[in-house]
Design a binder for this molecule. Structure first.
Ligand SMILES: C[S@@+](CC[C@H](N)C(=O)[O-])C[C@H]1O[C@@H](n2cnc3c(N)ncnc32)[C@H](O)[C@@H]1O
Length: 319
């Protein structure tokens, strides 16, 4: 069994290698044809990451940002972003959703991307340079310790990253802390619907890349409520079945016929929304954490600054 730290190192290594492949132009070809299909930089295309963005969005970002897309949804298509707003993308990877958000909030708004992997941050910086956008800032750090002050963000987006975090409660508490009162949480993530036998669930999670474990849909909503969010809801955007995972499951010697009934329709990508109550301010403990996080804030725009601390839980992706 991996420790939290070793899992986090595996995540960093995998995404570091993925970013390098994109940088070298060896990330593989697109699935499904057309220009809108994102290829998986973690090794060819797959049913999770492909075809998430429409041609207009694909045309609005550098090609390497599209090639580095490793999400499982398109939060920018579903989140309401207004000119002048501040957006934060948790686990921003090559930066596709940050760049798309920056265009939506316009020059009077700001889009931050937060990621812990140096190679992804370097790729994101290059994509920012190519995009010519000035209202984009990539930060180095962990989503469990967001290096931004309390009550400073209008909208939090994220694309298939929270499912990688071992301590999801900590991530949601941090999201609530940095959001302004009335701020919106609008993320794409993998969810499990209904009961699935543990061993099968583990196989599917490994296929999807959720080494730290995906949340059940009900569980996700409960955690959001416990963190202090209101109006939480999940909209399913893509459902996976045994055929999607056939190759992977066959390699695990799984009995596909038998699995189909227990898996089909249970694993899905969803768009998860919630709101920080208008009257809520970050509490004392959160404010203290904010102070520490601000002090440790590391802008990848200014790489000399140190990253956030190494403590805290970890995340991983098996794709
Ligand atoms: C599945 S990729 C998604 C990237 C991007 N959101 C997209 O849609 O292409 C996961 C990204 O999250 C980052 N990541 C994973 N766990 C993280 C953590 N605990 N803190 C910060 N970044 C993390 C990885 O470095 C990687 O770039």
């Amino acid at each position: 069994m991996f420790t939290d730290t070793s899992v986090k190192e595996i995540v960093r290594q995998k995404y570091g290698e993925a970013a390098q492949r994109v940088g070298q132009g060896t990330s593989g070809s697109c699935c499904g044809g057309g220009t809108t299909g994102a290829s998986s930089a973690l090794g060819g295309c797959d049913p999770i990451t492909s075809n998430l963005y429409d041609p207009a969005q694909a045309g609005a970002v550098p090609e390497t940002a599209m090639l580095a897309s490793l999400g499982c949804g398109n939060p920018t298509a579903l989140a309401e972003l207004k000119p002048g707003e501040t957006v934060l993308d948790l686990g921003s990877g090559g930066g596709i959703d940050v760049l798309l958000s920056a265009r939506r909030v316009g020059p009077t708004g700001t889009a931050y991307g937060l990621d812990m992997t140096d190679e992804m941050l370097a790729l994101a910086q290059e994509n920012k340079r190519q995009s010519g956008l000035a209202n984009v800032h990539f930060l180095k750090g962990e989503i469990e310790h967001i290096p931004l002050p309390a009550n400073s963000v209008d909208v939090i987006i994220s694309n298939c990253v929270i499912n990688l975090a071992a301590d999801k409660d900590r991530v949601l508490a941090e999201a609530l802390r940095v959001l302004k009162p009335g701020g919106r949480f609008a993320v794409s993530d993998v969810v499990v619907r209904g009961e699935v036998p543990p061993a099968i669930r583990r196989n599917m999670e490994l296929w999807i890349g959720c080494v730290a474990g995906a949340l059940g849909d009900r569980e996700y909503l409960d955690k959001l409520a416990r963190a202090g969010f209101t109006d939480a809801g999940i909209e399913i955007t893509r459902v996976y079945n045994v055929d999607d995972a056939r190759e992977f499951l066959a390699a695990q010697n799984a009995d596909l016929q038998q699995l189909a009934a227990q898996v089909d329709g249970k694993f899905a990508s969803g768009f998860i929304r919630a709101t920080k109550p208008a009257g809520a301010l970050a509490g004392l403990a959160s404010a203290a954490a904010a102070g520490m996080a601000s002090a440790a804030a590391a802008s990848a725009d200014e790489p000399a600054t140190a990253a956030a601390s190494c403590c805290g839980p970890s995340a991983c992706c098996g794709r």
